[in-house]
Unconditional design. Sequence first.
Length: 342
Amino acid sequence: MPLRDTDIADMLTTTLYDLGRGRFYQIAQELQEYLVLPRLLRKERIRIQTSGVGIKETLMTNTGGSARWVGLGEEDSYNFGDLLDSMTVNWCRLTDNMVWERRMLLENRGEARINDVILPQRVAMMLRIADALEEGFFAAPDASDVKKPWGLKYWIVKNATTGFNGGLPTGFTTVGGVSLTDSPTFKNYTFQYTDVTKADLIKKLRTAHRKTKWRSPIRKPGMESEFGERRQLFCNEVTLSAIEDVGENQNENLGRDIASMDDQIVFKKHPIIYVPYLDTDTSYPIYMLDTDTIVPFILQGDYLRESDAKVAPRQHNWFEVNIDLSINFICVNRRANAVCYI
C-alpha cells in the first residue's frame, strides 16, 4: 500500500520525538562551547511575555531631591517630580527549518533506518539556532539592523574612563528608548587594564566588583538581592589562560597537576567562563555580569516552537518542519554590570 502525504507527515512528527536510535559523530559545530542556548535560555532564567508587540519595563532613575535637617517650626519643602523612565524593546524573530524529499523517506523506510534521515537534519537545525543565538547575544549590534536582538555589547558598553561611563552603543541615540541625558544613572561600569596581574587587572576587578554591588536600604521585593551564582565573568581564551597562570602562581600546593587551574578559576567565588565567540575581540574584554539583570524575554507560545511536519507549499515532494523563536534581551540595571579591556 503506498504511503500518503498524511502518513509521511505522521511518521516524521512521531520520529522527531524519538531520536534515540540514530548514531553519528557530530563535528559540524564551529564553537567549542555555547553560552546562550544551554545557559541563558534555561527555563528557570527566561521571562515569558504573554502578549504585546514588545517588552516594556519601568526604571526608577532618581530620588527627586534629598531629605533635609530642619529646626523646630520650620516650614515644609516639597519634593515631587518625575522619578520613573520607561524602556521599550521590540521582539526579534528567529526561524529555521528542516526538509526531506518524499523519496528519501521512502528509500529509508523501516524502524532501523528512518532516524538516519531525520536525526542529522534536526541536529543541524538546532546547531544553526545555537549559532544564531550566540552571534545575536555576543556580536556588536548594528543600529541599522532592526532584525537582530540587542545583546551584551548593546547593553554593556566599553569606555576608557574608569567609572560608570558605559554609555550609548555605537550608532544609537538611546539605550532601550532611555535617554542617558534624562537618566544618567543608566550606565555600566568601565575601566581599562594593561596586564593580567594582581597589581593591575585583579585589583581593578576588585574595585569594579564593589562598585557594582548595589544593595538597597529599602527592604522591599525587587529592591534587595545577593549575588550568589548569578554573578559571572565572561572572557576569551587568551585572557582566561593568563588569569589561570595568576591562579597557579599563587598556589603553593599544586601537586602533580600541571594545569590545576583549568576550568576551576574563580573571582570572589564567581565563575570565570570562556566564551569562544569573544576570541575575535582583540581588545581582550572581561564582562563582569549580574546575570539576573540581563534577562532573555520570550513571547509565550513561541519558545523554540516546532511545527508539525507538512508538505512544502511550493514543492509537493518536499516535507518541512519549522522552528520559531520570538526573543530579545533586556538589561534592567546596567550599573550592576562592568566591562574592562586593554
